[in-house]
Write a protein that binds this ligand. Structure first.
Ligand code: RBZ
Ligand code: NIO
Length: 373
């Protein structure tokens, strides 16, 4: 499935981009006055192979959740159980991401690819919340718009990458293919845009290692404070990333190997989600540092996948800026966010919709009778 998905990923369609540029020039506004939105609309036309491209709606956010063996190295101040507890919070609708999803009108699918501790039982439901549906099935919504859980556990947490590879190649491939399958299911259900989300205590450490491995920057440049670690923990976290990279010498030309050595299950599944969106020529709105680390893996698999990517925001994590530079993407918003979950992507969604809506709705100088300069 990975290979066939990669083979389907093609460059942006140039004639549609030219048509969108020419149309932009006819709209009732000074040329270039919509700044980055103009080029975004052109890219989306190239992705859709149509000008105007379809409005990016409905929006579907997928939050991949997993735990990390490297948590044992004390790279974060938060206990591992918080991953499972936050999954419960997502499903109950109480997290920041839920508030933003309601505001943006996006559906939320939570995919357990490897949470290490038991998920909390929902109120009044004696059943196992992790098994409402078969693996990869987007499940049965508890109500219209309610977040859904997909159980697709590859293993209950990765191995500690400072001692051994975090994942086997087989486990990594399974996680990537789960992401591809989720992308396909969400698109088949009608999604016009996918948004990335993540939950996994300690996951900024593998994100930093992935960014260093794919870009070649030193560990210190790719590593940030995640949830907000103190100075000694931050120095130690950089050393942990350095140790893992020295141990595995991941080859950036072998993205499956890089993800296996120093990645995480949610990073691998997000890579698959991005590849799946690119193959179906549906835009994928990237969230923070975990998403852009996965995006580097996606372009290592298929360079043209970048055509489907939109950088939602610039995370405060320094590795995010490194990755975005390498990807050649300019983030739509820069608010100092460092939460993850998909929050930055959701806040950027109206900007993306606005960029496309202009091509659909704005009058031309001719049709409006406005004199051109
Ligand atoms: C309550 C809470 C909610 C979160 N939502 C996202 N994250 C984010 O923070 C974690 C990564 O940071 P680090 O690598 O420093 O552990 C991930 O779970 C990420 O999704 C959260 C973290 C916490 C504590
Ligand atoms: O940028 C992110 O996505 C992020 C930053 C800090 C902690 N968790 C996620």
């Amino acid at each position: 499935m990975l290979e066939t998905t990669i083979a389907e990923i093609a460059p942006l369609d140039e004639p549609s981009m030219t048509a969108a540029r020419l149309w932009q020039a006819r709209l009732t506004k000074p040329a270039g006055s919509l700044g980055a939105l103009e080029e975004l609309s052109v890219r989306l036309a190239g992705l859709a192979g149509a000008s105007p491209p379809p409005l990016p709606t409905p929006a579907a956010l997928a939050i991949f959740a997993g735990d990390h063996g490297v948590h044992a190295q004390r790279v974060t101040g938060w206990p591992q159980e918080v991953t499972a507890q936050m999954v419960g919070n997502f499903l109950a609708g109480g997290a920041v991401v839920n508030a933003f999803a309601r505001q943006a009108g996006a559906t939320v699918t939570v995919v357990d690819v490897g949470v290490a501790t038991p998920l909390p039982q929902p109120e009044g439901d004696p059943g196992d919340p992790a098994e409402p549906a078969g693996p990869g099935d987007v499940g049965d919504p508890a109500g219209p718009g309610a977040p859904r859980l997909v159980s697709a556990v590859v293993r209950r947490g990765t191995r500690d990458m400072t001692g051994t590879a975090a994942l086997t190649r087989d486990e990594t491939r399974t996680a990537v293919e789960i992401g591809i399958r989720i992308a396909g299911e969400l698109i088949d259900a009608g999604a016009g845009i996918l948004l990335t989300g993540d939950m996994g205590i300690a996951n900024t450490t593998p994100a930093a290692a992935l960014i260093a491995a794919f870009t070649g920057v030193e560990a210190a440049e790719a590593t940030g404070r995640g949830t907000g670690v103190d100075d000694p923990t931050y120095q130690h976290k950089i050393e942990v990333v350095r140790t893992a990279l020295r141990r595995h010498h991941p080859d950036p030309a072998d993205p499956l190997g890089v993800l296996a050595a120093v990645g995480g299950l949610e990073h691998a599944a997000l890579t698959g989600l991005i590849l799946g969106a690119a193959a179906r020529r549906v835009p994928v709105l990237l969230d923070g540092v975990i998403a852009v680390a996965a995006a580097l893996a996606a372009v290592a698999f298929a360079p043209d996948a970048v055509g489907a990517m939109i950088a939602g925001h610039r995370s405060a994590e320094p590795g995010a800026a490194v990755a975005l530079r390498r990807l050649g993407l300019t983030p739509l918003i820069d608010l100092g966010l460092r939460l993850g979950e998909g929050t930055g992507a959701l806040l950027a969604l109206p900007v993306v919709t606005g960029a496309v809506r202009v091509l659909h709705e704005v009058a031309t100088f001719d049709s409006a009778g406005v004199v051109e300069k």
